[in-house]
Design a protein around this ligand. Structure first.
Ligand SMILES: [Zn+2]
Length: 227
């Protein structure tokens, strides 16, 4: 059975502007506070800290496969983590981008899908790894967590047109140039035949979430999945 969790900014020990449940080590927060928050995450999900895996996210389509030989201290450079190992939790960190969790009976993945990841097709790359491990699309379900919404995510016109030409479902209104990344991702899941649930919360205009667009210097919340 697969389990999932989406965190908010509440429940941790970090000081402003990372208050309080910041799980990212690359944003300028105190190392000790992040370590404590990761311990809190471990106790929330009931797994030891050394069975929780993070990644160094670079807006790519890279997928890292985590297994018994993987080192929980080294966060591989990737935008998706995949595992078939029960009791290994995979984490995607976000503060506006769209967290996607994919799960089946025998494998799970945590995916970091922002605008660039949508264009780079990190979801499709992750799906391929499921398929290579003998899991068909029909056996997978998805969860799209809180991210910046279609009313909040304004980009320049060139970027808007590029993303929409590749992902028509990410379109809103060209005069406002706001992208619907979560909507674009949802359309990709639909066309792959994957059933999913999608959060309607916007991290930018909902209190209790980190948003880079709103605050710039801020923390990261997490999507977590494990077998
Ligand atoms: Zn919004």
């Amino acid at each position: 059975m697969a389990n999932t969790l989406f965190t908010s900014r509440l429940g941790g020990v970090s000081s402003p502007p990372f208050d309080s449940f910041n799980l990212a080590s690359h944003v300028g927060d105190e190392v000790v506070a992040v370590a404590k928050n990761r311990e809190i995450l471990a106790s929330m999900i009931g797994l030891p800290r050394n069975q929780i895996f993070f990644m160094t996210q670079v807006h790519s389509n890279g997928v890292a496969v985590i297994d018994k030989d993987s080192d929980p201290q080294s966060a591989p450079t990737a935008d998706a983590l995949f595992t078939t190992t029960p009791g290994f939790a995979l984490v995607t960190l976000i503060a506006d981008c769209t967290p996607l969790l994919l799960k089946s009976k025998s494998a799970v993945a945590a995916v970091h899908v922002g605008r660039k990841g949508l264009v780079a097709e990190v979801f499709e790359a992750t799906l391929k790894v499921f398929n290579q491990h003998g899991v068909s699309n029909q056996e997978i379900t998805g969860e799209i967590g809180p991210s910046i919404c279609r009313d909040c995510y304004e980009v320049d016109l060139g970027t808007y047109r590029e993303v929409v030409s590749l992902n028509p479902a990410a379109a809103t209104d060209e005069s406002r140039r706001c992208l619907d990344v979560a909507g674009g991702l949802a359309a990709r899941l639909k066309s792959a035949g994957i059933e999913f649930w999608a959060s309607q919360l916007c991290v930018r205009h909902t209190p209790g979430y980190f948003s880079y667009r709103r605050d710039e210097v801020t923390g990261r919340q997490a999507g977590v999945v494990w077998l």
